[in-house]
Design a protein around this ligand. Structure first.
Ligand SMILES: O=c1[nH]c(=O)c2[nH]c(=O)[nH]c2[nH]1
Length: 281
């Protein structure tokens, strides 16, 4: 029988790391989760149990903590780029790296407009993400947002869809639009101000969601992606995942009351799942 090893990768997932960056009059607190995956000359590790080319995942984990001291000082994109280059340059058996970082944002507490120097509030669902895939041919860098919970109470409808024997959904010109959005975009360069761009792109996504007169989730998804590509030449394409978190009007008729689009059943499952990539050209 002719059997051989196909595509494979290994590495350490979810290296959870916190860092205090001490400035003169305040502290910065950062919390990230780093995942490393390596591809390369690992055939005999699988077929013979020969570990001579294996950089232990425990060593990979330690490398992340050690390099964070000097090199995690700015955006997660910059740290991911540094880690990727480090693993490639120091391990000739590695031909491709895939570094992913998720940042859990913490904000300094504010009281009457004054920001506290070293107390933070976190725990929201929204996260900032990045990924680097690098090999001898080059590098792809993405950034993104995930678990961004956004909702609007009007300027959303859904009408004009197919009506056939199994259709029961009623058309509406005024519904709640809610989603737990994930957006991932690709940059055209590795020397950008990633932190600033992330904040600006996030604002563009939110603004478009808020001001768009939505005829469907699909249309809003496209408008959000289009706005990012129109505004930021550094972005080559953007993918969005927008589950439709349904809010179904509750039937108050049965209790002799009129539901004027005020009371809803929020259903988690099943949910509509709308995904799309918006590209140039
Ligand atoms: O924005 C929507 N897109 C759909 O494809 C769809 N399908 C559905 O039942 N409700 C909705 N809403």
């Amino acid at each position: 029988m002719n059997i051989k090893l196909g595509k494979n990768a290994y590495g350490k997932n979810a290296v959870n790391l916190s860092k205090i960056i001490r400035h003169a009059d305040y502290h910065e607190f950062r919390q990230i989760s780093v995942s490393v995956a390596l591809e390369g000359d690992f055939e005999t590790a699988h077929t013979l149990g020969d570990n001579s080319k294996i950089l232990a995942t425990d060593t990979q984990k330690n490398t992340v903590y050690v390099l964070a001291k000097e090199h995690f000082t700015d955006g997660i994109e910059d740290f991911a780029l540094y880690l990727s280059a480090y693993f490639l340059n120091n391990n000739p058996q590695v031909t491709r790296t895939n570094i992913e970082i998720i940042e859990h944002p913490y904000q300094r507490m504010a009281f009457n407009g004054d920001t506290h120097p070293h107390a933070y509030i976190g725990g929201g669902s929204e996260k900032h993400t990045t990924s680097i895939v690098q090999d001898a041919d080059g590098l792809v860098i993405t950034a993104g947002i995930k678990d961004l919970l956004i909702l609007k109470t009007t300027d959303s409808g859904f009408e004009g869809y197919i009506k056939e024997q199994y259709t029961s959904l009623k058309e509406t010109a005024d519904r709640i639009l809610a989603t737990q959005c994930q957006a991932t975009w690709t940059y055209n360069s590795t020397s950008l101000n990633f932190t600033q761009l992330f904040g600006q792109i996030r604002t563009t996504l939110l603004k478009t969601f808020a001001f768009h007169k939505s005829l469907s989730v699909q249309q809003t998804l496209y408008a959000m992606g289009e706005a990012v590509l129109q505004t930021y030449p550094e972005v080559t394409e953007i993918s969005l995942v927008m589950p439709n978190k349904h809010h179904i009007p509750f039937n108050l008729d049965q209790f002799g009351m009129d539901n004027k689009n005020e009371i809803f059943i929020a259903t988690d499952e099943p949910f509509g799942y709308i995904t799309g990539t918006v590209v140039r050209g």
